[in-house]
Ligand binder design. Structure first.
Ligand code: AMP
Ligand code: ZN
Length: 141
């Protein structure tokens, strides 16, 4: 797609540091290096976000994540964990609108990555949770 920085990166029109590449995905170092080894995995096909994947592209792209994760783990013996993050749309912190999966190695509680999971368990009855699940279930295609 014209004017997409990640299409240009995967087509080598813009330089990047390659981590892995095949016919389906391109994986490269995120320039921000939230933690050392922070890698982005992108489909070579331009898709904007998770909502735009069809089943077969999703299967092909996500099937490649574990081996890239294992390579990162093997390259940095001091890794203690790995966060996999995929931001979709601006409110959810997506800033490049070619879908990408962040692989963020974790070294300690003091490294430069954090995430907040609120806990609202006490605010829902079982019936309310059942209604929410049912509402979503009806939309699965
Ligand atoms: P997100 O905010 O989830 O859309 O993530 C976009 C990511 O792309 C950010 O973490 C940026 O650091 C990264 N990024 C933007 N431009 C480049 C580039 N030219 N090379 C590598 N990473 C980039
Ligand atoms: Zn693109």
């Amino acid at each position: 797609m014209d004017n997409c920085i990640f299409c240009k990166i995967s087509q080598k029109e813009i330089p990047s540091h390659t981590v892995y590449e095949d016919e389906v995905v391109y994986a490269f170092l995120d320039i921000s290096q939230v933690t050392p080894g922070h890698t982005l995995v992108i489909p070579k096909k331009h898709v904007m976000d998770i909502f735009a994947f069809d089943d077969s592209l999703a299967a092909e792209v996500f099937a490649r994540i574990p081996k890239i994760a294992r390579a990162i783990e093997a390259a940095f013996p001091e890794i203690e964990g790995l966060n996999i993050v995929n931001n979709n749309k601006e409110l959810a912190y997506q800033s490049v609108f070619h879908s990408h999966i962040h692989l963020i190695p974790r070294y300690s509680k003091e490294d430069d990555f954090s995430m907040h999971f609120g806990n609202h368990t006490e605010e829902y009855t079982a019936e309310e949770l059942a209604a929410i699940a049912s509402n979503i279930r009806k939309q699965v295609r």
